[in-house]
Design a protein around this ligand. Structure first.
Ligand SMILES: CC(C)(COP(=O)(O)OP(=O)(O)OC[C@H]1O[C@@H](n2cnc3c(N)ncnc32)[C@H](O)[C@@H]1OP(=O)(O)O)[C@@H](O)C(=O)NCCC(=O)NCCS
Length: 137
C-alpha cells in the first residue's frame, strides 16, 4: 500500500502458489486522481522485492476485458487463439499495456472464460522476478 498519510494512493498484494515459487498479483488499484504518476509501477516494484525476499521466481496475474477495451473483446477466441493474442491492440487504455510497461509478458488468453460470454477474454501475464531460468507455460 502507498499512502500520503490522509489518502490511500494505491494498493496491491501477492498470493503465494506453487510452494512459493510463483505468486499471483491480485487486483492492483491506484487512486483515480493520482494515476500516471508512477505509483502503479512503484507498487509492482515493491511487491516484486518482497516476493524475491521470500524466494519467489515469478509473478503472474490475469486481467479481464469486459468492455471491449482491446481488440480481443467481442472476438470468438476458440479459433486461432494465439494469432488473435499476438495481434492484440489496446483500443481504450486497457491496463494490459501498463503491465507490459512494467515488465510483464502476455502468456495466454482463456477463451470463453465467462460461461456464455466468449467476448470477455481473461488475459494472463507473467513476469520473472529473478534473473534465473524459470519455466513458462
Ligand atoms: C492500471 C493502473 C494500476 C496503473 O497505475 P498508474 O499509477 O497510473 O501507472 P504508472 O503511472 O506507474 O504507469 C507506468 C507506465 O504505464 C503506462 N500506463 C498506465 N496506465 C496505462 C493504461 N491504462 N494503458 C496504457 N499505458 C498505461 C504509463 O503511461 C507509464 O508509462 P511510461 O513508463 O511509458 O511513462 C491504474 O490505472 C488503475 O488503478 N486502474 C484502475 C484499476 C485497474 O485497471 N487495475 C488493473 C486491474 S487488472
Amino acid at each position: 500500500m502507498i499512502s500520503d498519510k490522509s489518502t490511500v494512493l494505491g494498493w496491491t498484494g501477492g498470493i503465494k502458489a506453487y510452494g512459493g515459487n510463483v505468486w499471483e498479483l491480485p487486483p492492483l488499484v491506484v487512486h483515480q486522481d493520482h494515476r500516471r504518476k508512477g505509483i502503479g509501477r512503484a507498487l509492482v516494484a515493491d511487491l516484486e522485492a518482497l516476493i524475491r525476499e521470500r524466494g519467489g521466481l515469478a509473478l503472474w496475474l490475469s486481467t479481464d476485458d469486459e468492455d471491449r477495451m482491446t481488440s480481443l473483446g467481442g472476438k470468438g477466441l476458440f479459433q486461432d487463439t494465439l494469432k488473435h493474442l499476438a495481434e492484440i491492440r489496446n483500443l481504450r487504455n486497457h491496463p494490459y499495456e501498463f503491465y507490459q510497461k512494467v515488465g510483464f509478458t502476455i502468456v495466454g488468453v482463456v477463451p470463453g472464460s465467462r460461461p456464455g460470454q466468449a467476448r470477455h477474454p481473461d488475459g494472463q501475464a507473467d513476469k520473472q522476478t529473478r534473473q534465473e531460468p524459470s519455466a513458462r507455460l
